[in-house]
Design a protein around this ligand. Structure first.
Ligand code: BYC
Length: 479
């Protein structure tokens, strides 16, 4: 059983390891959706380079070892398909009111609406991010980075397939309609926007791209981890496999920012350029500007966890639909009906910590796990700065800073976590968040660099190439 689930059949029009051939109706429905997906990819996927071969990885099996196969692929020929992790024998629901019952293989009627909403929200982010990043190919800092962008893009396309499969296979007609709507909404379109805030922001340059893949893809990791605990087994297995792909996206973000930090430090040391203006004159990205971009992307990503106190989150947990991060490793009753959790809250003009019911605080708890994880990368970037002998530190701003969702959206909070007046906010905003001048400067640096092994002046070369290939490998064939 496990072996057959691990293998992916590439002879099929839609590669899959879910025995699609045995379900003609579902196969037909997905085969009808496929050309519409490809049309969307043509219209809204990466601009340029669609006819060029890129050195991309494709999943060939879903077991933990060696699922990836690297080859030359033109993006429209990428084998998007449906891959789910291997089943766990006798899997049980392990949290909430149904704890101990066998995991559901079909959608339980009472949770149909909630599950659909979770799957649609997850699915909506995937094409959104492709749309947000579609112009970046034109200004790539190197072929290595261009290839990484395309890898991220095709895998987000596959993650859309993953959610569309669940909608088609388990939600009948409304599932098919939702799958259509996923191709109709557009990131940033005022009339038909994507569902969540961060996915309507622009990703106009590569600094934003690395910030996005570090901070926003990491929300993806935590949401997928929570959904991978689901008592609805097809969702759990789908998310478990998506997580294996997600790791590379966050790697692109972490190393991308790390390489910018490295380059900036090199410029500062070589030229004794202590002043941000000096760094910019040398064509680098100064650390205060990097901090402003970090502040922006981190805060919009914090919003993606929803309100601090949420009955939606409590209901999803009690229903066994969405667990906590590493639910299985937690030593408590997995019901949480009597438990509490400390939540940072706004109390008039003050920020306080209060014990709240654990069930309604689940969004905040996941946000806490996320924050801890974000800090690890910041520590590594700071280690680069320290090693260069510079006395500067990048910091995650306070969780209340620049929030649009949850109780902090009602106040103005400084990066240090002080509630400030609107007047102070207006006066200091330009020091805390990217300004138009920042965007124009970063935009001015975005010139394509496409000779193998060469890198834009504002970013250091990576420590190593992809899949054991050298850094100067021709990762995208331009001829
Ligand atoms: N923007 O009780 P509340 C990824 C809405 S990223 C706009 O506070 P809840 C990826 C909410 O929908 C991971 N609206 O929150 C990354 C609700 O609306 P309705 C994506 C927002 O429901 C990079 C209302 O406010 N996956 O994979 O507990 C590249 C009150 O909701 C926002 C998921 O999100 C917002 N930021 O939690 C590619 C997992 N926040 O229904 C991919 C699935 C809240 O009352 N989604 N609202 O009209 C969920 O688990 C939940 O929907 C949320 C919100 C965590 C997002």
């Amino acid at each position: 059983m496990a072996e057959s689930a691990a293998k992916i059949d590439y002879a099929e029009r839609i590669p899959n390891n879910v025995s699609l051939a045995e379900n003609r109706r579902l196969l037909r429905a997905l085969e009808e959706w496929q050309p519409r997906f490809l049309r969307w990819w043509g219209d809204m996927g990466p601009e340029g380079y669609q006819a060029k071969e890129a050195y991309l990885r494709t999943a060939v099996s879903v077991d933990a070892q060696g699922w990836a196969h690297f080859d030359w692929v033109k993006m429209p020929d990428y084998r998007w398909g449906i891959f789910v992790a291997e089943p766990e024998p006798d899997r049980r629901i392990h949290f909430g009111a149904h704890k101990g019952s066998p995991a559901w293989q079909d959608v339980p009627g009472e949770y149909r609406g909630t599950l659909r909403r979770l799957i649609v929200t997850q699915g909506d982010t995937e094409p959104a991010s492709v749309e947000q990043q579609r112009h970046l190919g034109r200004t790539c800092p190197s072929l290595y980075d261009l290839r990484n962008l395309f890898q991220v893009n095709v895998e987000e396309g596959r993650h859309l397939w993953a959610m569309v499969y669940l909608l088609h296979a388990h939600f009948g007609r409304d599932g098919r309609e939702e799958a259509e709507a996923l191709l109709q909404r557009r990131s940033g379109d005022p009339d038909r926007p994507r569902i969540l805030g961060a996915f309507n922001e622009r990703t106009p340059d590569w600094l934003s791209f690395y910030m996005f893949t570090y901070f926003t893809d990491r929300d993806g990791k935590y949401q997928l981890c929570a959904l991978a605990e689901s008592g609805f087994d097809p969702l759990a297995r789908t998310c478990r496999f998506m997580l294996t792909e997600e790791a590379h996206h966050m790697f692109v973000g972490e190393t991308g920012i790390g390489r910018i930090v490295q380059r900036t430090c090199d410029l500062m040391r070589e030229h004794r350029a202590d002043d941000p203006g000096d760094v910019r004159r040398l064509g680098g990205i100064d650390l205060p500007m990097l901090q402003r971009y970090l502040n922006f992307h981190y805060s919009v990503s914090l919003d993606l966890f929803g309100s601090e106190i949420s009955t939606n989150a409590a209901n999803s947990y009690t229903g066994g639909l969405k667990g906590r991060f590493e639910e299985g490793k937690k030593a408590d009753d997995h019901l949480l009906t009597d438990a509490s959790y400390p939540v940072t809250e706004l109390d008039g003009g003050r920020i306080v910590t209060r014990e709240e019911p654990a069930l309604t605080s689940l969004n905040e708890r996941l946000r806490d796990d996320y924050i801890m994880d974000c800090q690890r990368g910041v520590d590594r970037w700071n280690a680069i700065i320290r090693k260069a002998g510079l006395d500067v530190e990048l910091r995650l701003p306070h969780r209340g800073f620049h929030r649009a969702i949850g109780m902090f959206s009602e106040a103005r909070v400084s990066p240090e976590g002080r509630v400030v007046s609107q007047a102070e906010w207006d006066a200091k905003k330009g020091a805390w968040l990217p300004t138009e001048a920042d965007a124009a400067y970063v935009g001015s640096l975005m010139k394509p660099v496409i000779a193998p092994g060469t890198f834009a002046n504002w970013i250091a070369a990576p420590a190593r190439g992809i899949n054991g290939k050298p850094v100067d490998f021709q990762y995208v064939r331009l001829d």
